[in-house]
Write a new protein. Structure first.
Length: 555
């Protein structure tokens, strides 16, 4: 089936956005030849999602009529884009997990085949290299989850049988072989179905932190180096057999941060891996039904998190932990789920609230609405913010439920829908569930043409030009291209490498790839963009086999 599918792949279509000089190049990868006869609602869509970036390949899940939902891989070429293995042969799907981890250029994940329930699998991107690592529980699912690479192994949580025939969930590790897959430590000392229930695995300095219940201390904070001796209780925060209610972890600023709550309050805590170094930073709120913080980002010595969707910031101290407000003193909230609606871009945090994109540097004066999509069209949701090249991309959905690919440099003037030329679809990102950057290219699911939802890629050809096409020598990057002042009011001075020879040209593009102006290259060039709208622009220098690109900002 694998060979047949490769033969059925349609010829690769490359579309340049807007003009032959445009900045973004779109490429579709048709995974299922049977889906290209037209658009059928919720049928015939391969719907690629759940991307995992390895060293030289990108793993993802996709669905075809012939093989169901299975694990696929691409190296960025048509010939290198294929199913890894039909894990459950035929049209039945392999029930791949959303969770997974990369170690040594291989992808570890959970799958279900015709002979085994949910168990741990691994893939190197080839059919022979995609296999069941171990059937942990015969005839029953061990349901592995929380994959984390640690000390050249993969840590994960799974169910196991403990005599007498009691099923418990414990911490496992694997080196990718059946014999090298085993319980790290039997943490739970009592009897019962649940076991220690380890969860929320996170890493700091080659140590894994997680929550677990040993039946003597309740559910508390633990640490592990991947060995039984190195797996220990850090601190019994709620003394005795009572459990502590934890949030997720955030590994940042050299420590691990987390939230806890009881019946009356929510607190921010920190640990350095020792009992003495595990302590409360600040009480965040005192309410009868407390919430838990959700950590979303670290930037420039600060950690951002939300509590009841409102944005907070901390530097790890009590006085440095506070609610973020705008210049009017109003609290700002993130659209839930916060993890999909934020991004660190140009050393600031951008986040979505309904149709608006806020930006913050953690101060009131630096917190404001950067972009309001409702000033352009009526939109009500923003998701999957992803930094690529000099911009960040996101999916936005209008009030009719139609979703589009957007691009911005953080300014209202340079925020717009991007799509291939000639695309007239009014809902191209309907089935999109995320984006990934691999090998200087953005990958995502879309239906830009008359076909169903397939894998698409987008390349910024200004910053990442495709070399070796129609030339005998590779392009060389010119480092001696100076632009100042930058940002400016529109007047820039450009100094060019004296050694450039031949037919030299400096071209100015806007964010859409439209040519604003071009200049013959001299040692010094004075640019006047004072008549242009504020926002980001691209300078692209070409001279024979030399090239250089710089981003400039008109204020």
């Amino acid at each position: 089936t694998y060979k047949l599918m490769k033969k059925l792949l349609l010829p690769l279509l490359i579309l340049l956005a807007y003009t032959s000089e445009a900045q973004f190049q779109f490429t579709p990868f048709y995974l299922d030849a049977d889906t290209n006869s037209g658009y059928l609602p919720d049928y015939g869509h391969t719907k690629p999602y759940n991307f995992a970036v390895a060293d030289d390949k990108l793993f993802f899940t996709a669905t075809t009529e012939a093989m169901g939902s299975e694990l696929w891989v691409t190296d960025g070429t048509q010939s290198g884009t294929h199913i890894t293995k039909d894990i459950w042969p035929g049209k039945v799907s392999a029930r791949l997990s959303w969770e997974g981890a990369i170690l040594n250029n291989r992808y570890y994940f959970t799958a279900h085949d015709s002979a085994h329930s949910d168990e741990i699998w691994v893939s190197d991107g080839t059919q022979a290299g995609t296999y069941l690592v171990k059937d942990i529980i015969l005839n029953n699912p061990s349901s592995p989850s929380s994959y984390v690479p640690l000390n050249n192994k993969i840590l994960f949580c799974a169910y196991t049988y403990k005599a007498p025939l009691t099923c418990c969930r414990e911490l496992y590790s694997t080196d990718g072989t059946s014999s090298g897959t085993s319980v790290v430590k039997q943490i739970y000392g009592g009897y019962g179905y649940y076991g220690s229930l380890p969860s929320k695995l996170t890493l700091l300095n080659n140590i894994g932190y997680f929550y677990a219940n040993d039946s003597f201390h309740g559910r508390e904070l633990w640490r592990t180096d991947g060995t039984a001796a190195g797996t220990q209780l850090v601190k019994d925060i709620t003394p005795g057999i009572m459990s502590t209610s934890f949030s997720g972890f955030k590994s940042a600023l050299g420590k691990v941060y987390f939230g806890i709550h009881d019946t009356s309050k929510t607190e921010l805590w920190v640990t350095d891996g020792t009992a003495a170094g595990t302590q409360s930073i600040k009480i965040l709120e005192q309410k009868p039904y407390p919430d838990l913080p959700v950590f979303i980002a670290e930037n420039k010595g600060y950690i951002y998190f939300t509590l009841r969707q409102y944005l907070w910031i901390t530097d790890g101290t009590s006085q440095g932990t506070k609610i973020v407000t705008d210049k009017n003193g109003q609290q700002v909230a993130l659209t839930s789920p916060a993890a999909q609606t934020k991004v660190i871009y140009n050393n600031k945090l951008y986040f979505a609230n309904s149709s608006r994109i806020y930006v913050t540097d953690g101060t009131a004066v630096g917190t404001y609405v950067a972009v309001d999509l409702n000033l352009k069209q009526i939109f009500n949701s923003i998701n999957y913010m992803t930094v690529y090249s000099d911009y960040f991309f996101f999916k936005a959905e209008d009030t009719n439920g139609h979703a589009y690919l957007w691009c911005t440099d953080g300014t209202a003037a340079n925020t717009r829908i991007v799509q291939p030329p000639g695309s007239n679809r009014n809902d191209p990102l309907h089935y999109n569930l995320g984006m990934a950057v691999f090998d200087s290219v953005l990958y995502f699911a879309a239906a830009f043409d008359n076909n169903a939802t397939e894998l698409w890629s987008l390349r910024d050809t200004v910053k990442y030009p495709i070399h070796g096409v129609g030339v005998t020598e590779p392009m060389q990057v010119v480092n001696d291209l100076e632009v100042y002042p930058n940002p400016s009011d529109g007047h820039f001075t450009v100094k060019v490498d004296k050694g450039l020879k031949g037919d030299c040209q400096l071209t100015v593009y806007d964010i859409t790839g439209k040519v604003i102006d071009s200049y013959p290259v001299r040692e010094t060039i004075e640019l006047n963009l004072s008549g242009c709208a504020p926002g980001g622009y691209i300078l692209h220098l070409t001279s024979g086999k030399n090239t250089a690109t710089r981003k400039i900002l008109v204020e």
